[in-house]
Ligand binder design. Structure first.
Ligand code: NDP
Length: 315
């Protein structure tokens, strides 16, 4: 496993990290979830991502159980707040009240004294930006959070956050967590150039397009039993990626992977890691074997010819 700096911070994260959306605390049983986390840790993955909202705290609880007993210095733990955690008017968003309360609750569920990275899960137009950034900075001063990050903020919002932090003397955000994969490339236009310039690292989600980029879903065939697309609670979420256009790309990408004697998942992850501004690609895994397969992408370097060919497939 190779490691990269989390943005311009000095903290190193594994190129492949493990997340817990739609899996741990939910459709993936506790024992299997813990096995996935332990397998990841054993093969050098040191970066784990979760959020308060994933199964309303249950993902954090399972991840905390899995990490219990491992030296706290040996892993980098990230969580997030923004999405509703209750029905009340203050149970959501990026107000000072919600951020600080949710961070404390996340720490309790995870069973740790601090998280390495605390992320604003979305932008909140109903809270002044400096209120949010001050609350994040206070958590840093209190030692409950080591670094602040954001997720799915636009280039303009990220730029504002950097300028506000500089003006007010707050710590700058170190990372952004956007969706990025061979099938979703919107960040390449504005976000990557800005973040590269400013030293904000991308910690990208759904790098395998939820499994589409593993090649296990075939055009016109039923989804494999037990897969995300075959599971009632998640099939709609991945279903929107299963278009004819995407199947055509996947079929052609599979040929590139075969020629390189790697799996399509490894090709998809190595392609993401070609971007220097990416700090880590956060995979999901419902089985330890998936962790093994995906982590090997850290050792794959794609040739210029392959990258050009992939570009024509994705165009
Ligand atoms: P991926 O694109 O990596 O999809 C993961 C799923 O694909 C797995 O759960 C598994 O599903 C399948 N899979 C993975 N590897 C393989 C393999 N080698 N062979 C076959 N199937 C495989 O990522 P996710 O969509 O799970 O997102 C990853 C993480 O990103 C989340 O856990 C979360 O931490 C973060 N995230 C952040 C968001 C944000 O707004 N900031 C939004 C969404 C996610 P199965 O076996 O069940 O088919």
């Amino acid at each position: 496993m190779q490691y990269r700096r989390l943005g311009r911070s000095g903290t190193k994260v594994s190129e492949i990290s493990l997340g817990s959306w739609l899996t741990y605390g939910g459709s993936v049983g506790r024992e299997t979830a813990i096995s996935c986390v332990h397998r990841a840790y054993d093969i050098g993955i040191n970066f784990f991502d979760t959020a308060n909202v994933y199964h309303r705290g249950a993902a954090e609880t399972v991840l905390g159980e899995a990490l219990k007993g491992l030296p706290r210095t040996s892993y980098v733990l990230a969580t997030k707040a923004f999405w509703p955690m209750g029905d009340g008017p203050n149970d959501r968003g990026l107000s000072r009240k919600h951020i600080i309360e949710q961070c404390n609750l996340s720490l309790q569920r995870l069973g740790v004294d601090y998280v390495d990275l605390f992320q604003c899960h979305r932008y909140d137009p109903e809270t002044p930006l400096d209120e949010t950034l001050r609350a994040m900075d206070d958590l840093i001063r209190q030692g409950k959070v080591l670094y602040a990050g954001v997720s799915e903020w636009s280039a303009v919002q990220i730029d504002d956050a950097l300028h506000t932090a500089d003006q007010r003397g707050f710590d700058r955000i170190v990372s952004n967590q956007p969706q990025y994969s061979m099938l979703e490339r919107y960040i390449e236009k504005d976000i990557l150039p800005l973040c590269e310039r400013e030293g904000v690292g991308q910690v990208v989600w759904s790098p395998l397009a939820q499994g589409m980029l593993t090649g296990k879903y075939k055009r016109g065939q039923n989804a494999p039993e037990g897969s995300r697309a075959a599971t009632a609670s998640t099939s709609q979420i991945i279903g929107r990626l299963m278009t004819d256009e995407n199947f055509t790309k996947v079929e052609q990408l599979q040929e590139v992977a075969n020629r390189n004697e790697i799996s399509l998942a490894q090709l998809a992850l190595a392609w993401i890691l070609r971007q220097k501004n990416v700090s880590s690609a956060i995979i999901g895994a419902s089985r330890p074997e998936q962790v093994d397969e995906n982590a090997k992408a850290s050792d794959v370097t794609l040739s210029v010819a392959d990258l050009e060919h992939i570009e024509t497939i994705l165009a």
